[in-house]
Design a protein around this ligand. Structure first.
Ligand code: UN1
Length: 492
């Protein structure tokens, strides 16, 4: 049986606790392997290794850092299929989507590798003669990267690649459910020749390991993706300790379907966005805001297609929807079915935990649609993070926009319409970090800023150039070559 280890200072090491935890395949119940239950001392060692490596890594020329990232990208390409299969085994998403997850990681790696030859700063004229002003990006030091299980490869790369290209060193704590994928990524860094200590991996619970990283005085920044509850804790602790925190949290993303929309196109987008990855995306469409004129047609088409989706093991080609990640997540998702029914919403399809035959071995939930949901109901307000979506009828665009904005989150939204004026109104008046026109709520590309407003985050963005703002600090530099005292604001 595979026994995985932490990676600290360039070596694979056991936890000082000597304890381990297990991960089983969420579709079959088979054991994946054992992983170290790390302690505060392990985190201490990881941060020390990262701190020690920082002074060398930050002085390693950025284009050279980029070359290592290019090698990482190349290895990810070579191993794409193997990584995707292992991902499906570990967390359940279907193979095509697992390939997409790896591809997103490859894209981010190459994008940030290229930054090694840019990392632009600015030059700015001085108000004084014979003086040169500029501002440059500086790394922060040791950064803590804490990632979720739903994108076990992509999300770590969104954080680690910009961190490294900017000259930071990393302590990485992946979600326990997807620790093996984190090991695979770190193995690739090692093979690509990343110097010892530049990336360190510590596995275990958020309670012990996550908190130890968060509270360590030598960790300058925490980049966290996960639940809003945990994110609030990270935010409060970060503020108390005066460290930078970048948060990517929940969503309650809506797809508006107007009466002039291409209904079949909307159906495709809704099914993909609501049930892809079994609804376990922060960008998942868990609300459909339907114009009453097309509501019935839309719901009938959605229900027919959703009812025909095949649940199963993600490695089997015939599977449309995999399991959810764990037994506890299954219970949580399923509890929302009862909540929706109690609130008086109309269950049109799905609603059950699937227990037939082979499915009984895993954590499978039917794709579920509620109709005639009121915007105030819990199923219309709370993030479910599973294959459940709520259709909310409205009478027109103003109401649709009001309902779309009427949740505490602000990650992604979409509108299906053939009317360009309505599309522009949505772009103007919907306050989410991401907005799609005639496409579903998922599928962000890595060179655009990714993130959300309100309870979804804390103002930072991942991906694209915006990611560099998270992982760097500006330094303004004034070079006076006049050879005399020149007083700004006074001698001008
Ligand atoms: C997430 O669910 O946390 O846009 C990330 C998307 C993917 C990323 C999702 N590219 O759905």
């Amino acid at each position: 049986m595979a026994q995985f280890k932490n990676f600290i200072g360039g070596k694979w090491v056991d936890s000082r606790s000597g304890e381990e935890f297990e991960r089983t395949n969420p579709a079959t119940g088979e054991l994946i392997g054992t992983f170290p239950k790390s302690t505060e001392e392990d985190v201490q060692a990881a941060v020390e290794a990262a701190r020690e490596a920082f002074n060398r890594w930050r002085l390693y020329p950025a284009p050279k850092r980029g070359e290592i990232l290019y090698r990482v990208g190349q290895l990810l390409i070579e191993r794409k299929e193997q990584l995707a299969r292992e991902m499906t085994e570990e967390m359940g998403k279907v193979l095509t989507e697992a390939r997409g997850d790896v591809q997103e990681g490859i894209d981010m790696t190459f994008y940030m590798a290229g930054e090694g030859r840019r990392l632009w700063g600015q030059t700015t004229p001085s108000e004084l003669p014979n003086k040169w002003n500029m501002s440059v990006r500086k790394p922060l030091g040791v950064v803590g990267v804490i990632t979720p299980w739903n994108f076990p490869l992509a999300i770590p790369t969104w954080k680690i690649m910009p961190a490294l290209i900017a000259g930071n060193t990393v302590v990485f704590k992946p979600a326990s459910y997807t620790s093996r994928m984190a090991v695979r990524l770190v193995e690739i860094f090692q093979e690509a020749g990343l110097p010892d200590g530049v990336i360190n991996l510590v596995m275990g619970s958020g309670e012990t390991v996550g908190n130890a990283i968060l509270r360590h005085p030598d960790v300058a920044l925490i980049s966290f993706t996960g639940s809003t509850d945990t994110g609030t804790h990270v935010s409060v602790e970060g503020a108390r300790l005066g460290k930078r925190v970048s948060l990517e949290l929940g969503g309650k993303n809506a797809i508006i379907v107007m009466d002039d929309a291409d209904i079949d196109l909307a159906v495709d987008g809704i099914l993909w966005s609501a049930f892809g990855t079994s609804g376990q995306r922060c960008t998942a469409a868990s609300r459909v805001i339907a114009h009453r004129a097309i509501q019935q047609e839309l719901v009938e088409k959605l229900a027919a297609r959703a009812g025909g989706m095949r649940l199963g093991y993600g490695l089997e080609e015939t599977t449309d929807i995999g399991p959810v990640v764990s037994a506890s997540q299954l219970e949580r998702v399923h509890s929302y079915v009862a909540i929706g029914q109690d609130e008086g919403a109309e269950l049109v399809v799905g609603g059950k935990i699937a227990r037939d035959g082979e499915l009984a071995r895993g954590h499978f939930h039917e794709s579920t649609i509620f109709n005639n949901v009121k915007p105030t109901m819990r199923i219309a307000q709370e993030e479910i993070f599973g294959p459940v979506t709520a259709v909310i009828p409205v009478d027109g665009l103003d109401e649709a926009i009001e309902v779309a904005n009427g949740v505490k989150y602000g990650l992604s939204a979409a509108i299906y319409t053939r009317d360009v004026n309505k599309a522009f109104r949505a772009m103007q008046d919907i306050f989410t970090g991401i907005l799609y026109v005639n496409a579903g709520t998922i599928g962000a590309e890595i060179h655009l800023p990714f993130g959300g407003t309100k309870a979804t985050g804390n103002g930072h963005r991942e991906a694209g150039q915006a990611a560099l703002d998270v992982f760097t600090e500006w330094q303004s530099i004034y070079v006076d070559y006049s050879g005399r005292l020149q007083r700004a604001q006074i001698d001008t």
